[in-house]
Design a protein around this ligand. Structure first.
Ligand SMILES: Nc1nc2c(ncn2[C@@H]2O[C@H](COP(=O)(O)OP(=O)(O)O)[C@@H](O)[C@H]2O)c(=O)[nH]1
Ligand SMILES: [Mg+2]
Length: 396
């Protein structure tokens, strides 16, 4: 091992080499990674060992799964109804104010405010005829990612949600709360506010690992040959001997490790700050925004005691999740409830979403867009829809 990792990391690495059980190997490797100074010269060592760590964690999960003989439905798993918005916070008494928010938005769980709840509470937040499912999760404890305080079950639900709200009590140390939440999410392989990296790794029959740079930006790194070798080594370290790797843009070695880790998910996260009516909370709010808005661009200050909460919360969510509202029209009558679809969806996406027969028997669609010069347009399946469009599909 190279000398630029320092004596403490060296010692940790030796403990890893000496470790016998998977648990011990994971623990020592985690220590090692945290002790290695992070800079260019150690980038590869860190990525290689992160990939080793991911593999060990998978082995441990498999071992655990095998030892669970009876499968049961977890009471922490909440079936999605509409867009699912999850409230999570650290474990503290008094709580950060999740149940108060749930009650404020939906009217649910009034009797649970100020009480410890060990299971999720659910309510429906109605906003301009759109239904959002708000889920108030049990608090996240330190080492939740390792299973403490039903952490595995809670984090499994976090992985399934559409939007995660980190609920932060402004009258307490916000950094401590956010550090804990961000750390546990990261350890649970939940990447926040990032797009999946522009890399794909496919196993093949050919007996080698090939790396292809498909775009200009993928090639923008100074030393491509070196990068190619590092990528190959990491993949090889994961036990893969034959693969085609395609890069569509600039990546880091950590991205390669993530692409090899099937449990990695990419989630949108916002912060909701609570108790903004208490002393000194405004100063904390301003500081928090300065420190975190790069990583988490949406930070909302609230006080349910003062009914202080953004009245356009529904639109904030839709915009952040890159969703738009469209209205279907049937024989001249516009539906009351909008259909929520992904931004840049086409008429085809909508036809399929309503019912497959609308796609199979599609003839044309009429789109009414009140902001356009030509308000009413006859269009085909490829036509891209915009927020607030009205659409009438005609079949043959
Ligand atoms: N001052 C103040 N206290 C609040 C506010 N929201 C919640 N609380 C109090 O904080 C405590 C914990 O609230 P709760 O909603 O149960 O938190 P949870 O444990 O995260 O669900 C309760 O005593 C609430 O009354 C707020 O906006 N202002
Ligand atoms: Mg609660």
């Amino acid at each position: 091992m190279s000398s630029n990792i320092g004596p403490e990391a060296q010692a940790a690495y030796q403990r890893y080499l000496d470790a016998v059980s998977i648990e011990e190997k994971i623990k020592t490797l985690e220590e090692f990674i945290s002790l290695v100074p992070k800079h260019k010269a150690t980038e590869k060592i860190v990525a290689l060992n992160k990939s080793r760590l991911a593999k060990l964690r998978r082995e441990m999960e498999d071992k655990k799964q095998r030892s669970k003989s009876i499968k049961s439905i977890s009471p922490f798993s909440i079936k999605k109804e509409g867009i699912q918005v999850l409230l999570i916070s650290d474990f503290h008494s008094p709580g950060a104010g999740k149940t108060s928010l749930l009650n404020f938005l939906t009217g649910a769980a009034r009797d649970k405010v100020g009480k410890f709840t060990s299971l999720p509470e659910i309510g429906i937040y109605e906003y301009n005829n759109i239904r959002f499912q708000i889920v108030d999760m049990p608090s996240i404890m330190e080492d939740a990612s390792k299973g403490i305080g039903n952490g595995k079950e809670i984090l499994a639900q976090v992985r399934a949600a559409d939007l995660i709200c980190l609920v932060v009590d402004l009258s307490r140390n916000y950094k401590k709360q956010l550090n804990l939440l961000l750390k546990e999410l990261s350890l649970a392989d939940i990447r926040i506010n990032a797009n999946p990296p522009p890399i794909s790794i496919e196993k093949t029959g050919a007996n080698k690992i090939q790396v292809f740079y498909l775009t200009k930006s993928a090639k923008s790194k100074d030393n491509i040959a070196e990068l190619t070798n590092k990528i190959k080594e990491i993949i090889y370290e994961n036990g893969i001997r034959n693969a085609i790797v395609k890069l569509h843009g600039e990546i880091t070695l950590d991205n390669v490790v993530d692409a090899l880790t099937p449990s990695v998910v990419y989630k949108k996260v916002i912060i909701i700050c609570t108790k903004g009516d208490l002393p000194y909370t405004q100063e904390n709010f301003e500081k928090l925004k300065t420190e975190y808005s790069r990583q988490i661009p949406i930070i909302i200050g609230t006080s349910v005691y003062k009914s202080n909460f953004p009245s356009n919360f529904g639109d904030i969510i839709l915009e952040y999740l890159e969703k738009i509202k469209i209205f279907t029209q049937n024989t001249g009558k516009v539906a009351d409830k909008p259909l929520i679809i992904d931004k840049s969806s086409t008429v085809k996406d909508v036809a399929l979403k309503i019912h497959k027969s609308f796609y199979d028997l599609f003839d044309h669609a009429i789109v009414i867009r009140n902001t356009a010069k030509q308000k009413r347009k006859k269009v085909g399946l490829d036509y891209e829809l915009r927020d607030m469009d009205i659409i009438e599909i005609h079949t043959i």
